[in-house]
Design a protein around this ligand. Structure first.
Ligand code: PEP
Ligand code: MN
Length: 342
């Protein structure tokens, strides 16, 4: 259920509606919009008795929300969400006409490797660096990431090169650390349905990038985002990174059709990751162009100056010169669609 407040409703009236919802044993979540505030009611098992709510001062109308996801849905918020990430080189905005570009290595392998790639990302005009200090690997014997020393390298890159940091948290312990060092927390595909981790990310003060699970339906993907928002963190960016199909010429099948499908259901921005989506360097640029053309709010791309010696995902990392080309093309394609890369 959604309680839509009148445009001129006061803070006090909004608080009174929230208090009444709590009095009914339910949970109110206020979603401020540019012209009015909506209060989303969660926690109800069946229909809600509207009698008292509808007559409270400042209430415009009460609308039932038909979808299982609420805070994520266009019914609750019709305007696109713009996630703003402050970085030392200026704000990076993702969503609502602003296309965000995030690039970097799969993993932080060493200080020299991470700094070299970060310089290339900055030179290409990037504001946000990706790179995992904690890596969720299929094999327990593969490189698992540097852990805290990796985060310290990222902190130094932030300070010395100026890039904002996007890095993955794989569990509660790493999330406690990641939020001290990063500007955006990445929740990986394998953790998309780790509900306890999603709730923890929802209690964080910094934006979250949520990657689609390897076999997640669109509803499951949106419900995972709902978990984060239901805890109070509304700065969520979705990321399509390919799903498992019978197709075997790429690592995963990049589901670009999910971009307009998300747009039709949710106000949240959605990025596309063509690196994990294809697993192949030669396919990253073509699929990136397609992603911007289909309306993605940005790209998450793996880049490496020496992919042959990368400790993870070398085959899908593009080279620094390809990154420069890609970003120039992304700017042009976005421009055709009246959107801009910031
Ligand atoms: C990554 O971004 O390096 C990663 C591990 O991605 P995913 O969770 O999509 O596999
Ligand atoms: Mn990777």
């Amino acid at each position: 259920m959604l309680v839509v407040m009148a445009a001129q409703a006061t803070e006090e009236q909004i608080r009174a509606v929230c208090a009444q919802i709590e009095h009914l044993g339910l949970k109110p979540l206020a979603v401020p919009g540019p012209s009015r505030t909506a209060i989303c009611i969660t926690g109800n098992q069946g229909a809600i008795d509207l009698g008292t709510l509808e007559s409270l001062p400042g209430v415009l109308e009460c609308i039932p929300v038909s979808k299982p996801y609420k805070l994520v849905s266009l019914e609750v918020k019709a305007e696109p969400t713009i996630v703003r990430i402050p970085t030392p080189v200026g704000e990076a905005a993702i969503g609502g006409g602003s296309v965000g570009l995030i690039a970097g290595p799969c993993a932080i392998e060493s200080r020299d490797q991470a700094f070299a790639i970060a310089r290339h990302v900055r030179e290409a005009g990037g504001k946000l660096l990706r790179g995992g200090a904690y890596k969720p690997r299929t094999s327990p014997y593969s490189f698992q990431g540097l852990g805290l020393p990796g985060l310290e390298i990222l902190r130094d890159i932030r300070k010395e090169i100026g890039l904002g940091i996007v890095t993955e948290a794989v569990d509660h312990e790493s999330l406690d650390l990641v939020e001290q060092y990063a500007d955006m927390i990445q929740i990986g595909a394998r953790n998309m349905q780790n509900y306890s981790l999603l709730k923890r990310a929802g209690r964080s003060k910094i934006p979250v990038m949520l990657k689609r699970g390897l076999a997640a339906t669109l509803d499951e993907f949106l419900m995972a985002a709902e978990y984060i928002m239901a805890e109070g963190n509304y700065n969520v960016v979705l990321c399509e990174r390919g799903v498992r199909t019978f197709s075997d010429f790429t690592r995963h099948t990049l589901d670009l059709a999910v971009v307009p499908a998300v747009r039709a259901r949710s106000h949240l921005p959605i990025l596309v990751d063509p690196s994990h989506g294809t697993g192949k360097r030669s396919k990253v640029l073509p699929l990136s162009r397609a992603a911007i053309a289909v309306g993605a709010d940005g790209l998450l791309v793996e880049v490496h100056h020496d992919p042959a010696s990368a400790l993870s995902d070398g085959t899908q990392a593009i080279l620094p010169e390809e990154l420069r080309q890609l970003w120039s093309e992304a700017r042009q394609i976005a421009g055709v669609l009246h959107r801009s890369v910031n």
